[in-house]
Design a protein around this ligand. Structure first.
Ligand code: HEM
Length: 153
């Protein structure tokens, strides 16, 4: 028998996802100490902030008003916030989504997370966004972007 997982349809699923993800993050051997010992995260306020964040991303209803770039930039002088950390974060996030949900929104939230991980990683570390590295582009994107590089006639 196939087990059918639900898709993310509203705030209840977002809360389940966020709670499960940060339960894993807190005890994760690569990421846990950043929250527990570097940022000294107050989970009572951080979790509702993350519900609002993802509700805003998915449904535009969360009312999130934070500043993710500043929040992560603050960590750079205190701990390594390199590509490996972001890849690990993403792997854990994707796995958590897949353990709980399946469907269009589940795919969408994983894509949003990957985009934001790229933006946050590259901006706080002052390196180019890997999404625009020619090695990561599809042939269609390469052809489309090359049009912008042609000198004006
Ligand atoms: C290496 C990967 C990451 C680490 C170690 C990390 C760690 C943290 C920490 C320590 C905080 C502050 C929590 C506090 O207030 O104490 C934070 C806030 C936050 N993180 Fe991350 N994070 C990572 C990746 C991401 C990604 C990829 C996203 C988005 C998809 C994200 C979204 C957020 C948001 C929305 C906040 C709240 C910002 C605010 O206060 O306005 N994080 N993160």
């Amino acid at each position: 028998m196939f087990e059918t997982k639900p898709d993310i349809t509203g705030c209840a699923e977002i809360e389940t996802l966020v709670n499960t993800f940060y339960d894993r993050v807190r005890t994760d051997e690569v990421l846990g100490f950043i929250f527990n010992e570097v940022a000294h995260t107050n989970w009572t306020t951080h979790l509702p902030k993350m519900y609002a964040f993802w509700e805003t991303v998915l449904f535009r209803t969360g009312g999130f008003t934070g500043n993710p770039l500043a929040a992560h930039a603050k960590l750079v002088p205190l701990t390594d916030m390199g590509r490996d950390k972001f890849d690990h974060w993403l792997q854990l996030f994707r796995r958590t989504v897949d353990d709980l949900f399946a469907g269009e929104r589940a795919e969408h939230i994983k894509n949003c997370a990957a985009d934001m991980a790229n933006v946050i990683y590259s901006r706080i570390n002052g390196v180019p966004d890997p999404r625009f590295d020619p090695a990561n582009l599809t042939p269609e994107q390469l052809a489309r972007y090359s049009r912008y590089q042609q000198p004006a006639a």
